[in-house]
Design a protein around this ligand. Sequence first.
Ligand SMILES: C[S@@+](CC[C@H](N)C(=O)[O-])C[C@H]1O[C@@H](n2cnc3c(N)ncnc32)[C@H](O)[C@@H]1O
Length: 254
Amino acid sequence: MTEERKKRRHIEREFGVPFAGEILDPSQWTQTALKKLPATGPLDLPTLFGRTAPLIVDLGCGNGRFLLGSAVWRPNCDHLGSDVLPVVIRYATRRGNQRGSTNLRFAVCDAQRMLEVYLPPHSVAEIHCYHPQPYYDPSQVHLRLISPSFLALVHRTLVPGGLFFIQSDNPGYWRYIREIVPMFFDFHERIGRWPDAPKGRTRREILALRRGLPVFRGSGTARRDLDESTALHLAESLPPPIFDADRRLRELDE
Ligand SMILES: C[S@@+](CC[C@H](N)C(=O)[O-])C[C@H]1O[C@@H](n2cnc3c(N)ncnc32)[C@H](O)[C@@H]1O
């Protein structure tokens, strides 16, 4: 077998788009699952990663595609992904382990709880949130992640100058996000795809692009004129994420 063919065997693809890194010999595999979270928090980050480095967090990380890539491309940063669904975290950790990642951990954990309990204030360099679920069923609307109180926690958790990234393919959700996020962040909508991943940074972005859906992207730094208690007060005065999620889009999620 030629070297090129051997290498291709070790590169995985999803919808034809490669995952970063390659599957190593099992002797080089690592443990990226954070199986047991402390009962009360916060996480001891230097002990968890065995060093002190800028931390990049993906909330609702799904199968971990974005962090798997970032961990390869940014070895000087640590990475933590969380999702409420154990099955997607199993996919993410398997790939992280097989790539021998030492700067990557995944946990089954609710995003709001991760911010509220496990991540100390001003401890994270970047917080990413790709395609939070719009929840079409009225009985599930209260589960929508991007809310004023969630954003106040993101604001609290970022280091000064740290960045929040948010993206959705749901126009109703995006209208809400565009209205609320600038209250907490100096926010800029991004025109066009991410240059590091033109076919999509995440599984859901790849799917949305393949289906011809518009993808809305933005990022921003925490507003410096807001301290923690002002941000919390502000959150109480802002509307919850009630918007028309457009049920016609529902079948795309199934
Ligand atoms: C549409 S998927 C997007 C996954 C991934 N970010 C992507 O772009 O491919 C939404 C993900 O958010 C997760 N999720 C929903 N509510 C959550 C919560 N409160 N905390 C953490 N994850 C959540 C779901 O389990 C699901 O994996």
